[in-house]
Design a protein around this ligand. Structure first.
Ligand code: FES
Length: 108
């Protein structure tokens, strides 16, 4: 499969504003997040203690880890607040109609 391909992973009608949905793609858990600025895809794994971010509170473009409270910017994955200090992996996505697709990627 070409890496230019996009893989359908979710539907916008299933993810309300301020909510997220975890999907499993190519062996990676990806969190699809619906924010006021759009929909973003980050790895569903906090870089602090490697637990899922799914269920973390989303405010604006930021998500707060549900375990220890690290904050990440969903637009670029950058860490904004400790105890995490490494950025989140991000994934390119596109939306056609209500279908959310993630660009195919190499496993790390
Ligand atoms: S596991 Fe996310 S801040 Fe500790």
């Amino acid at each position: 499969m070409s890496e230019d391909n996009f893989l359908a992973v979710a539907d916008t009608t299933d993810i309300d504003l301020g909510q997220s949905q975890s999907v499993h793609v190519n062996g990676v858990d990806i969190l699809i997040c619906h924010t006021e600025e759009g929909v973003f895809a980050v790895e569903d794994l906090c870089t602090h203690a490697m637990i899922p971010l799914c269920g973390g509170e989303i405010q604006g473009n930021y998500i707060t880890c549900p375990l220890h409270g690290a904050v990440f910017d969903l637009t670029d994955g950058s860490v904004q607040s400790p105890p995490a200090f490494e950025d989140l992996r991000t994934f390119e996505l596109k939306i056609e109609g209500t279908m959310i697709s993630v660009k195919n990627f190499k496993q790390e």
